[in-house]
Design a protein around this ligand. Structure first.
Ligand code: BES
Ligand code: MN
Ligand code: MN
Length: 505
């Protein structure tokens, strides 16, 4: 089915050819330095086997939002559990949640050392439109430096960075420098519906000092990045009903309200010409950008013209008074993801349709709350809807925004590990996308979060021909090894004084 879903049915054009050569992912330096020799030899010897495993994972069509793939999601969970066990992780389990299972495991023998939760997701997005894929989405292919398949980047590739990293450490040293708890979920791409309840129920068991999430990208082709801001999300559907059944538009036109027209009027009133969202109270809780926030975004090596070309769109738009990077990472938005109603076939059918529908998502920033924003949207839509139609606004799910500390010792340890392995200092960026668990780790477990991701910025995630850069992949395994070594000596990373929630430098 091609029904529009929650923020998952867009596609991005293939725009590699539009990038300057030095921005192409193949230009990544991917230098590897200063790992212990035995570990590096082990990683070299196991390279082919590791790639084989990664490709096997990609063959499992674990699309979490489609009920017919529930068995595949379970198969992916079982497969991943077996790989964790093989790597030497202990107490590996496939845990029930009421939805797709969560894979857990731990290794807790580094006495006195910090404890980190490692998070990733084994579920993937749907694959439509299938005809735009150069190769079948669940038959991974390796083309030069690229692994192409659904999930190659988001997020199976990043899960399969952590598993061999810990496997190599245990195989060569017999131990890890830190304590690790693995949490790999299977519902991230469908709003992590059962995750918060599971976190609440397992709060005691999940005690840790920090959470590491590898589910984000680099900023541009040749610079590693640590993400310090993610937006939240609120998803809704508007259903407008008019006549009981479709009516002849000649017989009844001019006397009965047209629901598609009414819906268009409602949607047109959601945003002003200045790009501001007109839902009363929408911006009430929005945390203003500080001069420091703005300056750090201004300093990023962002090429506006290249970005425009990437989009394939004739022009950039958005809220007046904010730069492109601010608008996509640090300001809230309202988008219509899909709209339907009335006759869609060739030719003409003269009716007044009985109903019309739209899917809406808002990206949220600190300190907005999805439920509050939904209520305000619902009240506004009900208020502006013409009395000649019935309108129903439904909540389809949400996730909180999160800001993570740039100055936390764990973030600094990650920055050192990236610098040492990729040969360049990371950029600190804000992403427009959402990872619901980031806020949950902060708010339910009281943990600081480090968003340490490795995919190319143009990885075609959620779109046809998703890919991961293999040099990034290999270097990232070294980064993770190095990161655990750095974290072990990072000093005071205790979570006690971090429990106050997200902070920004
Ligand atoms: N890995 C992404 C989040 C992301 C997007 C990180 C862009 C960095 C850049 C994640 O898998 C995702 O797609 N999240 C969804 C969440 C939604 C379904 C609740 C999103 O942002 O649309
Ligand atoms: Mn993801
Ligand atoms: Mn995703």
């Amino acid at each position: 089915m091609n029904r529009p879903g929650i923020a998952r049915s867009w596609s991005r054009p293939d725009h590699h050819s539009l990038l300057a050569p030095d921005l192409r992912p193949t230009a990544y330096p991917a230098r590897v330095i200063a790992l212990d020799r035995e570990l590096e030899e082990h990683l070299e010897l196991t390279r082919d086997a590791r790639l084989g495993r990664y490709l096997d994972f990609l063959r499992i069509p674990s699309i979490s939002t489609l009920p017919e793939h529930a068995g595949d999601c379970r198969a992916a969970a079982e497969w991943l559990a077996a790989r964790l066990t093989e790597a030497g992780v202990e107490h590996v389990a496939v845990e029930e949640t009421g939805g797709h299972p969560i894979v857990t495991g731990d290794w807790l023998h580094a006495e006195g050392a910090p404890t980190a939760i490692v998070y990733g997701h084994y579920d993937v997005q749907p694959v439509d439109p299938l005809d735009l894929w150069e190769s079948p989405p669940f038959e991974p292919i390796v083309k030069g430096d690229r692994v192409q398949a659904r999930g190659a980047a988001d997020d199976k590739g990043q899960v399969m960075i952590h598993v061999p990293a810990v496997g190599a450490l245990i195989a060569t040293r017999g131990s890890l420098p830190v304590n690790l708890r693995f949490v790999f979920e299977g519902e991230e791409e469908s709003s992590s519906a059962h995750l918060d309840a599971w976190l609440e129920a397992n709060r005691e068991r999940l005690r840790a000092d920090v959470a590491i999430i590898s589910d984000t990208s680099f900023f541009d082709g040749n610079r590693p990045a640590i993400t310090i801001g993610l937006r939240g999300i609120m998803a809704a559907q508007v259903d407008v009903a008019g006549p009981a059944v479709d009516l002849h538009s000649g017989t009844y036109g001019g006397t009965v309200e047209n629901p598609v027209f009414a819906l268009a009027t409602i949607l047109a009133a959601l945003k002003g010409p200045d790009g501001r969202i007109r839902v009363p109270g929408f911006y009430n809780e929005v945390r203003a950008l500080t001069e420091l926030d703005r300056e750090s975004m201004r300093k990023l090596p962002f090429d506006e013209a290249a970005y425009l070309e990437l989009t394939g769109s004739p022009a950039l738009v958005g809220e007046a008074g904010f730069s492109t990077l601010e608008r996509r990472g640090a300001r809230p938005t309202l988008e219509i993801n899909g709209i339907w109603g009335g006759f869609q076939g060739d030719g003409t059918k003269t009716i007044i349709p009985a109903h019309a529908h739209a899917k809406i998502t808002c990206r949220l920033v600190a300190d907005q709350n999805p439920e509050t924003i939904f209520e305000r949207l619902r009240l506004y839509v009900e208020d502006i809807a013409p009395p000649s139609v019935l309108v129903d606004v439904k909540f389809l799910g949400g996730g909180l925004p999160s800001l993570t500390p740039i100055d936390h010792p764990a973030t600094r340890a990650a920055a050192r590990a990236l610098t040492e392995t990729f040969g360049q200092e990371p950029l600190y960026i804000r992403e427009g996308g959402t990872i619901p668990v980031a806020a949950s780790f902060e708010q339910i477990l009281g943990l600081p979060v480090v968003l340490l991701g490795f995919t190319p910025p143009d990885d075609h995630a959620h779109a046809p021909n998703e890919y991961m850069n293999l040099r990034n992949y290999e270097t990232a395994i070294r980064t993770i090894v190095r990161f655990w070594d750095e974290l072990a000596v990072a000093g005071d990373i205790g979570s006690d004084d971090e429990a106050g929630g997200p902070r920004y430098p």
